[in-house]
Design a protein around this ligand. Structure first.
Ligand SMILES: [Zn+2]
Length: 287
């Protein structure tokens, strides 16, 4: 951080907006309960770079209806079958899924991988089928449009009971196996991507069976944050990067003896800087 800034001027409008937006988001995140904080995760926490959250071949990429894959017909490399199930994931995610399924079995839950990688063409087929069956607006809630599915990344797996009970249904979350998954997925680098009560943010209804592999480092960092969805987490990263890239020096305390800090609004922003997420404390290299 630059303590002796040449620029002692007050923040320009755009900078002030960026800081205000960041404060609003940060306050929302701080107010949210730390839903994941109680879980132990393996590996050191590491936030992804902003670039990694947009790169289709990155384990940290955020894909949702507003953020389609680039390229739209992306095909991952290194697809591997999970446990002989026919469901495929990219190799590190497949290994982690096999470990998760083995641990679940050891805990007495007969879980299987029901679905993994789906190609752009396969997703198009599925989506057209749902539209024909239910109409476009309901189809959008239950199925990703082609090019917007995490399954196309080879990083998402749908798990279910071998018995087929509650398969791909919200009641899976009420089964003992569903509760085990919700509690332990993070230990294997997976997150429940579509939690209950967050469809406005994620764009999807509750899917207790849909696990997204983020890898141990990003999962641990996400778990330690107060974000309840990956959308919130990436938005916080983007906002923090935005604030740090330019406006922050303007909000540093004034040098002793100067008097340009009389603006009470600016003073409030300076005092509120404690909201900054923990990853920022570790330096700009993380971006
Ligand atoms: Zn799924």
């Amino acid at each position: 951080m630059q303590q002796k800034s040449q620029n002692r001027a007050r923040p320009r409008g755009r900078e002030r907006c960026a800081a205000a937006a960041a404060l609003t988001l940060a306050c929302a995140l701080l107010a949210a309960p730390a839903a994941h904080a109680a879980h132990a995760t393996s590996g050191p926490a590491q936030a992804p770079s902003i670039e990694e959250t947009s790169a289709a071949d990155s384990v940290a990429v955020l894909v949702n209806p507003e953020r389609p894959l680039d390229p739209i017909d992306y095909v991952p490399e290194d697809l591997v079958d999970v446990d002989g199930s026919g469901a495929e994931l990219v190799s590190p995610a497949a290994d982690a899924a096999e470990e998760l399924l083995a641990a679940a079995r050891q805990a007495g839950h007969d879980l299987v991988a029901e679905s993994g990688y789906r190609s752009y063409d396969r997703q198009s087929e599925l989506y057209r089928g749902y539209v024909a069956q239910y109409g476009a607006s309901y189809a959008e809630r239950i199925s990703a449009k082609p090019g917007t599915s995490e399954h196309q990344l080879g990083l998402a797996v749908d798990v279910g009971l071998a018995s087929g009970q509650c398969s791909l249904h919200r009641c899976f979350g009420d089964t003992a196996a569903g509760a085990w998954v919700a509690e332990h997925a993070e230990e294997f680098g997976f997150v429940l991507r579509y939690p209950d009560g967050h469809s406005e943010t994620t764009g999807y209804a509750y899917e207790p069976w849909h696990l997204r592999y983020l890898g141990p480092e990003v999962t641990a960092d996400f778990a330690a944050s107060n974000a309840e969805t990956y959308e919130e987490y990436v938005a916080a990263l983007e906002t923090a990067a935005d604030v740090v890239s330019e406006p922050l020096p303007s909000f540093l305390p004034p040098e002793p003896g100067t008097t340009d800090d009389a603006d009470p609004e600016l003073e409030r922003v300076r005092q509120d800087l404690s909201w900054l997420p923990h990853w920022l404390a570790e330096g700009p290299a993380r971006r």
